[in-house]
Design a protein around this ligand. Structure first.
Ligand code: B1M
Length: 213
């Protein structure tokens, strides 16, 4: 079986120990970087998401796979990426999180990890983050960029709320704000007055580099 097939099997069968072992082995032997492993896992989650949408699997199947992936990213891949990036000069500070009312973490974590591996200092606030917390953190760490993820149509509007909170405090021009997540779009970003929109993690890195250049 190929590496992708091995990983897919572990994710689909909720084999958390198996997935962690595969990742650890690959990293030890230097056969792929943690970012390459993240890309493979992200694609597999997208495949599983499609299966869920097509009603080929049920919600518990999805939750089980998502948990296995989240724990592996948190415990194996993120620390490995951080270890590799330790000596890098910081390209900028990014506060990132999933907006209020939304628990989806995987895409946002992927964006955060890609940013980190590209030399950015990343402050990942987690999920269901209220607007005030984004702004407080950005102020606390003197961030350059605030990144807002939303995977739900009903949580998208909280991206606007963060921008409104910045305006309310007279801080709108101090930070670049980027948005992303499946229901969002370039038009949406324009509509709410964000500085940019990215379709995926690689685009998010390029967008932020462009905004800060
Ligand atoms: Co949910 N969910 N979910 N879910 N879930 C979606 C998003 C959905 C499209 C599935 C569907 O029904 N077709 C749908 C949303 C529909 C909508 O509103 N438009 C949905 C729903 C409805 C729900 C619940 C409401 C279900 C329910 O309870 N009835 C509920 C929400 C609860 C809540 O948040 N309050 C719910 C719950 C869950 C789980 C907990 C089971 C689990 C999340 C677990 C976790 O994240 N820890 C889950 C999952 C896994 C999904 C799907 C299947 C996969 C999401 C994912 O991880 N994709 C998703 C369907 C789908 O996407 N096909 C779905 C892989 C990831 C790598 O991609 O997240 O798209 P993605 O991120 C990409 C880009 O979007 C982009 O880059 C990433 C990397 O390429 N991106 C950014 C993301 N954030 C960015 C930020 C940026 C830039 C780019 O800058 C800051």
């Amino acid at each position: 079986m190929t590496l992708e097939e091995n990983i897919k099997e572990a994710v689909i069968e909720w084999d958390e120990e198996g997935l962690k072992e595969i990742c650890n082995n690959i990293l030890e032997k230097n056969e792929a970087s943690p970012v390459e492993l993240l890309k493979i896992i992200g694609n597999i989650m997208q495949f599983i998401g499609k299966q869920f949408e097509d009603e080929q699997i049920f919600l518990p199947d999805l939750v089980g796979s998502a948990n296995v992936v989240k724990n592996t990213i948190d415990e194996i891949l993120d620390p490995a990426i951080k270890e590799l990036g330790q000596s890098k000069e910081t390209a900028g500070k990014v506060v990132i999180g999933t907006v209020e009312g939304d628990v989806h973490s995987i895409g946002k974590d992927l964006v955060g990890s890609f940013l980190f591996s590209n030399g950015f200092e990343v402050f990942n606030l987690g999920e269901e983050v209220p607007a005030t917390k984004f702004v407080d953190k950005a102020e606390e760490v003197n961030a350059d960029v605030i990144g807002l993820s939303s995977l739900l149509t009903m949580s998208m509007d909280f991206q606007r709320e963060v921008i409104d909170e910045l305006k309310k405090r007279g801080l709108r021009d101090k930070y670049k704000v980027i948005v992303g997540g499946a229901p969002t779009s370039e038009e949406w970003a324009d509509q709410i007055g964000a500085d940019g929109w990215a379709d995926d993690a690689i685009e998010a890195v390029n967008l932020i580099k462009e905004l800060l250049s």
